[in-house]
Design a protein around this ligand. Structure first.
Ligand SMILES: [Zn+2]
Ligand SMILES: [Zn+2]
Length: 111
């Protein structure tokens, strides 16, 4: 896999959003706080603009970040249409959009 290697992080027992709440072992965030931290990062670094975020990482209309995700192997393309997404999203999408066509193939794919 060509995905860039990320450092391995270890949960510390307190929420990584910085609110100092205690969280269970194995969790980085109190429920929902990952979204708060994500939004705060976007606000601080990119003026709450996803377009700025994409541009800052070299993506944009001419360089598709979703195509990159697929080529890196972290996202999949729907076998029946051009929808792309994380494996769990593909499972959902397949069930909703292609339930009749795929039939029992989609069954059991969800945990
Ligand atoms: Zn928090
Ligand atoms: Zn599809």
């Amino acid at each position: 896999m060509t995905q860039k290697s990320l450092p391995s992080l270890t949960p510390t027992g307190t929420c990584w959003c910085g609110c100092a709440k205690k969280v269970g072992t194995g969790s980085f965030f109190a429920p929902g706080h990952d979204k708060v931290a994500e939004a705060a990062l976007l606000a601080v670094e990119y003026g709450s603009s996803v377009a700025q975020l994409l541009h800052g990482h070299g993506y944009g209309p001419g360089h598709s970040v979703s195509a990159r995700a697929v080529s890196e192997g972290v996202w999949l393309t729907c076998p029946a249409c051009d929808y792309v997404g994380a494996p769990a999203s593909i499972t959902n999408h397949t069930k909703k959009a292609h339930a009749a066509a795929i039939g029992d193939h989609a069954q059991g794919a969800e945990r």
